[in-house]
Write a protein of this length. Structure first.
Length: 265
């Protein structure tokens, strides 16, 4: 049956769409009146059946039938809700390394578990590596969104809705708050309840109206201990870097240990 301003034919009546439920309920009341002196129990059953039919009609034909009016029903993110809901995983270090190794928005479960097992095996036989942990290349659970003046005013007034679907899917963990930088630019530090591939996450916000730029954040505060991972075939390569310097070079490190693990049984 078509929706919108269609009509429903009820006997000899041509009923507008927005009155169909009212007409049906009116017909139901007439049915009750016609029952007359029938047994009360029969009357009660008839009423229950008729009201049930009316309710079904309301939900099947009303203006909010199905999920078609959900403004986010057609929003295509880079991961499903189920995939996103797995994060945060118990081992934050392994999750971040798995994210950095993948080309997806969230950590692949098999890569995550492989890294968990590898790091445990490596550290169990190398005591000097126990306190060396991975430092994320960027914060995995927040991004910095810059707005123009019109967007900033809308965010302040809580009327900016263009990011609603992205915020809902990705699980923004606190109400967005706008702040003005020293140069007069307007920013929101969007914080999430999950860990993401931040460069990919940024693409979901960079194209929104009134957004000027999206920046990745570095919460590490400079060089320090780090663990880097890479994959060649089925071999996982790990570099444990102590003291400072960049992982790929490790030139300034006081300790630099390269570990390669093939397929684990």
């Amino acid at each position: 049956m078509s929706r919108g301003h269609g009509h429903l034919n009820l006997g000899d009546q041509d009923v507008p769409h927005d009155q169909r439920v009212r007409v049906l309920l009116t017909g139901t009341l007439s049915l009750f009146a016609a029952v007359g002196n029938r047994e009360r129990r029969t009357r009660h059953l008839t009423r229950t059946t008729a009201l049930a039919a009316a309710c079904l009609f309301l939900f099947a034909c009303g203006d909010h039938a199905g999920d078609g009016n959900d403004p986010c029903s057609r929003y295509n993110g880079l991961a499903t809700r189920e995939q996103i809901a797995r994060s945060p995983l118990p081992d934050a270090e392994a999750e971040v390394l798995a994210i950095e190794l993948s080309d997806g928005l969230v950590a692949p479960p098999d890569v995550y578990q492989r890294i968990v097992n590898d790091l445990a095996a490596i550290r169990s036989t190398n005591s000097q590596l126990v306190n060396l942990h991975a430092t994320p290349s960027w914060s995995p659970d927040d991004i910095l969104v810059e707005f123009d003046r019109q967007g900033a005013a809308a965010v302040t007034a809580s009327t900016y809705s263009d990011w609603n679907c992205a915020n809902d899917l990705h699980g923004v963990s606190s109400p967005p708050k706008l702040f003005q930088g020293p140069t007069g630019r307007f920013f929101v530090d969007l914080q999430f309840a999950h860990r993401f591939n931040a460069p990919l996450l940024a693409t979901q916000y960079a194209s929104l109206p009134h957004v000027l730029d999206v920046s990745l954040l570095d919460r590490a505060g400079g060089d320090g201990n780090d663990v880097c991972a890479s994959v060649t075939g089925d071999t996982y390569n790990y570099i444990f870097d102590a003291g400072g310097g960049d992982c790929p070079a490790g030139a300034e490190s006081t300790i630099n240990i390269d570990v390669r693990l093939g397929s684990l049984s």
